[in-house]
Write a new protein. Structure first.
Length: 107
């Protein structure tokens, strides 16, 4: 089963050097245990734009979809045997990055 772990943050570019060490350590554990698919950080929400080209609308808002105090600042896509394993990894991810995370199964 594949899962998305989204990192929730209320700041931009907030990862400290110490947090990056822990994130790298967690990433290596994911790789070593065949849970790793992909991970990446996101730029601040101010750099986002919503695109809508349904029915040829050709609309670009120039702003993020949500104006919220908290936003996604990064993500992991993982492989896990079941939801329990994925949840355990999400707890480890939260500890490693020192942020809240959201766990969501992929189709």
């Amino acid at each position: 089963m594949k899962f998305l772990i989204s990192v929730i943050d209320d700041r931009s570019e907030s990862g400290t050097p110490e947090e990056m060490v822990e994130i790298d350590r967690f990433n290596e554990k994911l790789r070593a245990n065949s849970h790793w698919i992909f991970a990446w950080g996101l730029q601040s929400p101010e750099t986002a734009t919503v695109i809508d080209n349904r029915n040829g609308a050709n609309v670009s808002t120039g702003e993020p979809f949500f104006a919220a105090k908290e936003n996604f600042s990064g993500l992991w896509i993982i492989e896990a045997e079941n939801v329990d394993v994925a949840q355990s990894l999400a707890f480890e991810a939260s500890k490693a990055c020192n942020r809240k995370v959201e766990l969501r199964p992929l189709h």
